[in-house]
Design a binder for this molecule. Structure first.
Ligand SMILES: [Mg+2]
Length: 272
């Protein structure tokens, strides 16, 4: 149905895209669209708090949510942050790689196995502020802590060594992303398990992502295609100069950065 992963990023794979859109249209009531946030719907910035949606994203996601059964965000951000960027839009939100989720207008639910880690994560965030160089931006997110070195890329090894030591000492997991290393609970929860769980009962899913953490979600769609041959799973890489090659290599389709997402979605909405 959809073209296999591409060897080069230049192949637009147009014929398969048309086929994927017509199948999606026929299954709109059984289709879910997943999106990563940073680098996918919003350009990355030095200050994570300053990040805003790319122009046109809010309208495109709102229109899409009215046409398909479900639109879900799967992000390293907390649910509250994601909600603040999409006020009033009917979305399912998976924050902190699925450690917390909000379904529709309901309350935010925490993945129970992660709860015992809250104290050690809070203490770690305080220590990171004290022990790491000032150029490292420490983002405390209740059940994870992100160490951003975007403003000083030469600090990567320092941050990595510190994170590795803490992970070993406190039984945490490291998650590396674009100029960021996160420490999070050592529980079996990532974007792949979130997507695998949510696509149960759907016959069609699209996933848009830009970073290494999104590869697990791509794999979840590929696995579903293996076990359910009729399942339509489309992996869309939002390209970037940092991790773009690896993510693009695992995708069916490619878009050139967050600004390319709204026009693509409007085209898809028209087809739906
Ligand atoms: Mg991202």
């Amino acid at each position: 149905m959809v073209c296999p992963p591409l060897e080069t990023a230049d192949d637009p794979c147009d014929l398969s895209l048309a086929e994927a859109l017509s199948t999606t249209a026929a299954r709109a009531d059984r289709c879910v669209f997943f999106f990563d946030f940073d680098g996918t719907l919003a350009p990355i910035q030095d200050d994570p708090d300053a990040v805003q949606l790319a122009p046109g994203v809010l309208g495109a996601i709102t229109d899409l949510a009215a046409r398909v059964k479900r639109v879900s965000l799967v992000s390293a951000r907390p649910v509250d942050f994601l909600r603040s960027r999409f006020p009033g839009v009917p979305l399912t939100l998976h924050g902190l790689y699925g450690l917390e989720s909000q379904y529709g207008a309901g309350e935010t639910v925490t993945y129970p196995p992660a709860l015992p880690y809250a104290d050690v994560i809070a203490e770690l965030a305080r220590r990171a502020e004290r022990e790491l160089p000032d150029d490292v931006l420490v983002e405390y997110k209740r059940l994870s802590v992100a160490l951003h070195y975007r403003s000083a890329p030469e600090l990567r090894d320092t941050v990595h060594a510190w994170a590795q030591e803490q992970a070993g000492r406190h039984g945490l997991r490291e998650q590396e992303g674009r100029m960021v290393i996160e420490l999070k609970p050592s529980v079996q929860r990532d974007k792949g398990s979130v997507v695998a769980e949510e696509i149960e009962g759907f016959s069609c899913a699209w996933y848009f992502g830009d970073d290494l953490g999104d590869l697990a979600a791509f794999r979840a769609l590929a696995d579903r295609r293996t076990t359910h041959p009729d399942f339509l799973g489309v992996r869309v890489a939002v390209r970037n100069p940092e991790t773009g090659a690896e993510v693009a290599a695992a995708a069916d389709l490619h878009l050139e950065g967050p600004s390319a997402v709204p026009p693509f979605l409007q085209k898809a909405v028209t087809a739906l």
